[in-house]
Design a protein. Structure first.
Ligand SMILES: [Zn+2]
Length: 566
């Protein structure tokens, strides 16, 4: 080309070359001087439990995003990067998240640019996907979780969540054991794990066919694979955690529960394999070094976030140091030299899902209550009685229904005024299903006597039997009579219905051990039965309500029994 176009072309070509050299020069010159040390700020959130909005000026995803924005600006200025990770139990909790099955939170996390999140035990709670009216559709009982993963523009990580059918980690769309990302030219491997007890801490039906592999060997194997693939830094996002009380000295573990799960895991990992663990699940706080691993954990419900700065030496391609920060409360403040403000982009990202939730909450059930229905009454739980009535009504052949609200599964009183879906949902936000059991009259009586003896009478909801209590020599005696007057004998076999335990807020005890409840996965969802019961209430509704809550004089019972036990 040069020879073809003569001298003039040569001059032009040389000029172009020198221009190219000139424009490239600063970069070429900078390379040797490029800061040897690069800072990766790892921000860890966990156990948000749907708390997307600030409460009393504390927390809220728009304000968290404000903190992250300030930190990203600081890292952009010094050539580093921010990695934003969440350690699970993200969705189940506040109504705005629950009624969108977590979609509202994923909308916000997408807008905030999360890098990855671990799957927590309560991330299974929503079961199958809901219809637009928030009723569970039949089908895959992990449908809601899979929908959230598919919606996310960052991966869900679950290295030790094993599909029993394949004996390998689950392979759902956008759910995988680990991910390798590039942050400011540093290759960062991220592994996700969930605590060993995870499947016993959610609704059993939703996790059938899964098992949990031990954390440490899983992390070790996955981290080794990531290192072989070129990872310079390895982070674990762990829905398993610990608890410490002081955060001023990261090396001082004297304020910590040294036997907590994540400490045991950290101590049993080969040295040098994992740099940082972003922990969760226990709702505790951590900013501590354990056997060379920096562990952060931010309490819960979006009150705070954890932070670990990994300072990486590009020259020797190794971590120079890890600086841990005490959990940072999410309140309006200065951060990285600038005032933290709510990020309007996050408010906007959540707006469509929030509107759908508000519409759903306002849906009326066609009934208005003259007086509130309370959880705790003198002779039992009026609201528990109503739930029991609705359950017994819905199950053909049921003799009795019992609700034990000692675990506070019914979370609030039902206020007077028009009954809306939102108000009922506030009472029982869980997707527990109806459980049926066969008990003898004697078993039911013994269980009731035990509950009453422990002072839990006010938490009991019962339908189908009247309970007569009296004092006998060795304590409380219970006589049971069917509502229509026939006595129940010790040897009578009764079909009893109750709420399949556990609820996420504590188990609703039943008159049988949990193992005796039988499968509940195809049973109706408790709240939906109660909703239907209200919708069916014909005119005049109030009498039926009185019957259900046992406020009518006809169901009067002996006064609260306090037996002097010899
Ligand atoms: Zn958890």
């Amino acid at each position: 080309m040069i020879t073809m176009h003569g001298k003039r072309s040569i001059v032009l070509a040389v000029a172009l070359l020198s221009l190219a050299a000139a424009t490239r020069l600063p970069r070429l010159a900078a390379a040797p001087d490029q800061p040897v040390l690069v800072t990766l700020s790892i921000v860890g959130t966990s156990d948000l439990h749907g708390a997307a909005f600030s409460r009393n000026g504390l927390g809220g995803l728009p304000l968290l995003a404000g903190y992250v924005n300030n930190l990203r600006a600081a890292r952009a200025a010094d050539g580093g990067a921010v990695l934003l990770v969440d350690s699970g139990d993200t969705f189940q909790g506040d109504i705005e998240s629950n009624l969108s099955e977590g979609a509202l939170v994923v909308d916000a996390y997408n807008a905030m640019g999360y890098t990855a999140e671990a799957v927590g035990n309560h991330d299974f709670d929503f079961g199958s996907v809901d219809s637009p009216s928030a009723r569970q559709l039949p089908g895959d009982l992990r449908g809601a979780l899979k929908a959230r993963a598919a919606q996310a523009r960052y991966p869900f990580l679950a290295a030790n969540l094993i599909d029993a059918a394949t004996d390998r980690p689950v392979e759902w769309p956008n759910v995988r054991p680990s991910v390798l990302v590039d942050a400011a030219g540093v290759k960062v491997g991220i592994v996700g794990v969930v605590m060993i007890d995870a499947l016993r801490s959610t609704l059993a039906a939703n996790v059938q066919g899964l098992r949990i592999a031990p954390l440490a060997p899983t992390i070790a194997a996955e981290a080794s694979t990531l290192r072989r693939a070129g990872a310079d830094v390895v982070i674990v996002v762990s829905h398993a955690g610990g608890r410490c009380d002081r955060f001023d000295q990261p090396a001082d573990l004297s304020s910590c529960d040294s036997e907590s799960e994540i400490f045991r895991v950290a101590r049993s990992l080969p040295r040098g394999l994992v740099d940082v663990i972003a922990a969760g699940h226990t709702h505790g706080g951590l900013a501590h070094h354990v056997d060379g691993i920096g562990i952060i954990q931010p309490f819960s419900r979006g009150q705070a976030f954890g932070r670990a700065d990994v300072v990486f030496d590009r020259r020797i391609r190794s971590v120079a140091r890890i600086q841990l920060f005490a959990p940072q409360e999410i309140v309006p403040a200065q951060y990285e030299g600038t005032a933290v403000t709510n990020d309007p982009a996050i408010v906007q990202a959540m707006a469509p899902a929030l509107q759908r939730v508000h519409d759903l909450q306002a849906t009326t059930l066609g009934v208005s209550l003259d007086v509130p229905i309370r959880r705790v009454g003198e002779l039992g739980s009026p609201l528990g009685n109503l739930f029991a009535e609705a359950l017994r009504d819905a199950v053909p052949g049921a003799d009795v229904a019992v609700i034990n609200n000692a675990g506070r599964g019914l979370r609030t009183d039902l206020p007077d005024g028009p009954l809306t879906f939102g108000r009922l949902y506030d009472v029982f936000p869980f997707d527990n299903r109806v459980a049926r059991i066969t008990v003898t009259g004697a078993e039911l009586g013994r269980w009731l006597a035990g509950e009453i003896r422990q002072g839990r009478r006010g938490a009991l909801g019962i339908s189908g039997v009247r309970v007569w209590t009296s004092c006998i020599a060795d304590g409380i005696h219970v006589d049971l009579v069917r509502t229509e007057g026939r006595p129940i004998h010790d040897e009578d076999r009764l079909l009893a219905v109750t709420i399949g335990a556990p609820t996420p807020s504590g188990s609703l005890a039943s008159p049988a051990p949990l193992g005796g409840l039988g499968p509940t996965e195809n049973a109706p969802v408790v709240r939906e039965l109660v909703e239907d019961w209200f919708r069916r209430l014909a005119h005049p509704a109030q009498r039926r309500l009185d019957d259900a809550t046992h406020r009518s004089p006809g169901s009067a019972d002996a006064p609260t029994v306090i037996c002097a036990i010899p």
